[in-house]
Design a binder for this molecule. Sequence first.
Ligand code: HEC
Length: 113
Amino acid sequence: MMEAAILPGRRRFAMRPSFLLVALLLALAPDAPAQSPSRGELLYTTHCVACHTKEVHWRARRLATDWTSLAEETRRWQRNVGLNWSDDEVEDVVRYLNTTIYRFPDKAPKQTG
Ligand code: HEC
């Protein structure tokens, strides 16, 4: 598979142009970590950290109060920015944010349409 030639990881990648760019940048980065970041992390750090740091997720009056509302905020924000992410990409970013920050019970369906 051509994906394997570009990215040695075993993760399921949808080869979208924006992701290809991220993958390329990652491949070119001299200090790429041994364990590559997840797609959710790449998507989030590429598109979302520009105007909010983790503080926005830690504040007391947070909008995300469970997995569902976190997913809604994530979907809303990627739409605001005009990214048009697939459900799969939204879920990957929700998973990344939840793993690193929110730690809500994982309610994500295994397979989204
Ligand atoms: C234009 C600047 C901007 C960009 C780009 C942006 N955000 Fe935000 N985000 C904000 C601001 C400001 C808030 C808090 C304001 C509010 O209460 O709605 C916020 C809040 C959030 C929250 C809710 C946090 C909480 O718990 O209350 C989530 C989740 C979130 N953003 C996800 C994302 C994701 C995912 C992306 C990338 C697709 C993104 N944001 C891109 C400015 C931005």
